[in-house]
Design a protein around this ligand. Structure first.
Ligand SMILES: Nc1ncnc2c1ncn2[C@@H]1O[C@H](COP(=O)(O)OP(=O)(O)O)[C@@H](O)[C@H]1O
Ligand SMILES: [Mg+2]
Length: 342
């Protein structure tokens, strides 16, 4: 695999740093090149048009059912939020959309055509781009180099052939501005940006290279209040520009202000898919808290009414049932190797 040609700043690192840097760079470069090539030529449909529609989608890993009964849509110019606690199946769901895993049940349609994606490249070809939490960036390289990583435009021919640095710097600055980020110095290493800003560069980049659907896996999970606000702003920007956004989070307070649609997962099952007009923030919050609430309610009632009350018994059975399902899933998950079975 070839790496971008330049006497760039990234060469000035320690021996160990250089090795690590090169591996990271090669990986990020390959990913970036695939994205850029694949997404070329995708046009955005008019706002409100469904780009992705899934019906009764499900996924099993061997005997473990990681996801079942998921029905929702991603529309141009709208944000679909996927909410759920740890282990709810959020990552499994987006890996299907992103082409990393094949679904084992239900249907997955893009632009009304049923799809079985075999690789992330297939997803990119359809204009579906994913920004993972561990962003594929090279921290020591300037922001503009990261923006164009793997798709660097060149000028001149033969021995005069070289990277068009001016174009890349200008475009990076302009594209970030379009997303509302005013970065004075695109020459600074991307590693010096905050987590929120790096997410934003990744979003701007995906938009520039032709994404129609942007999948963001918990972009605010590791961020403080202020930085989260910054990322939410860019999510809103991407929507304004007509993209369909899939925003994964476990925080209803992050989801509600920017979301148009909310799909809730609990223990691998969909517990609802609502348009914003169908659900309030309070309802969303209490649905998210549902599992924990049930448990404390059972304890409270047992104290007040005694263990023998039929209401208490029923609640306890519900909670117990949930735990049982957990233990079973954990047990099977332990026994099964962590492999893909289509
Ligand atoms: N590759 C895998 N092999 C086996 N089980 C898995 C695999 N990936 C996820 N699971 C199981 O699927 C369930 C959902 O996980 P995941 O989609 O990662 O949830 P979330 O992202 O919401 O935390 C969990 O019970 C998890 O243990
Ligand atoms: Mg996850």
């Amino acid at each position: 695999m070839s790496t971008p040609t330049s006497g760039g700043t990234d060469e000035r690192v320690s021996a160990t740093g250089k090795r690590v840097g090169r591996a990271a760079r090669e990986w990020a470069t390959a990913q970036a090149r695939a994205e850029a090539e694949a997404a070329r030529g995708n046009a955005l449909p008019s706002p409100g048009t469904p780009i992705i529609e899934v019906t009764d989608l499900g996924k099993s890993y061997g005997r473990v059912i990681a996801l079942r009964g998921v029905t929702t849509s991603v529309r141009a110019g709208e944000v679909t939020c996927v909410l759920g606690d740890n282990g709810a199946g959020k990552s499994t769901f987006i890996k299907i959309l992103a082409g990393a895993h094949r679904h084992s049940e239900g249907t997955f349609e893009v632009d009304g055509v049923e799809q079985h994606l075999d690789s992330p490249r297939d997803a990119l070809t359809l204009g579906i781009a994913t920004v993972y939490q561990d962003l594929a960036v090279v921290p020591l390289m300037p922001v503009w180099r990261n923006f164009f990583l793997g798709s660097e435009p060149v000028r001149g021919r033969g021995p005069l052939r070289r990277l068009d640095r001016e174009f890349m710097k200008r475009t990076t600055r302009d594209e970030l501005l379009k997303m509302g980020i005013d970065l004075r110095d695109v020459d600074q290493p991307i590693g010096t940006l905050s987590g929120g800003e790096r997410q934003c560069v990744a979003i701007a980049r995906a938009v520039y290279f032709g994404a129609r659907v942007l999948i963001l896996d918990e972009p605010t999970a590791a961020l403080g209040v202020k930085q989260s606000g910054v990322v939410l702003k860019y999510i809103a920007k991407a929507r304004e520009r007509g993209l369909g956004v899939v925003f994964i989070t476990h925080n209803p307070h992050h989801a509600y202000p920017v979301g148009d649609r909310f799909m809730l997962l609990r223990r691998g099952r969909s517990i609802g898919d609502y348009a914003k007009s169908e659900i309030t923030l309070d309802e969303l919050t209490s649905m998210m808290a549902g599992g924990a609430e049930l448990e404390s309610l059972a304890h409270e009632l047992a104290r007040d009414m005694g263990d023998s009350s039929p209401v208490v018994a029923e609640l306890k059975a519900d909670v117990e049932g949930d735990h049982e399902a957990d233990r079973e899933a954990d047990h099977v998950a332990d026994a099964e190797p962590d492999v893909e079975s289509p």
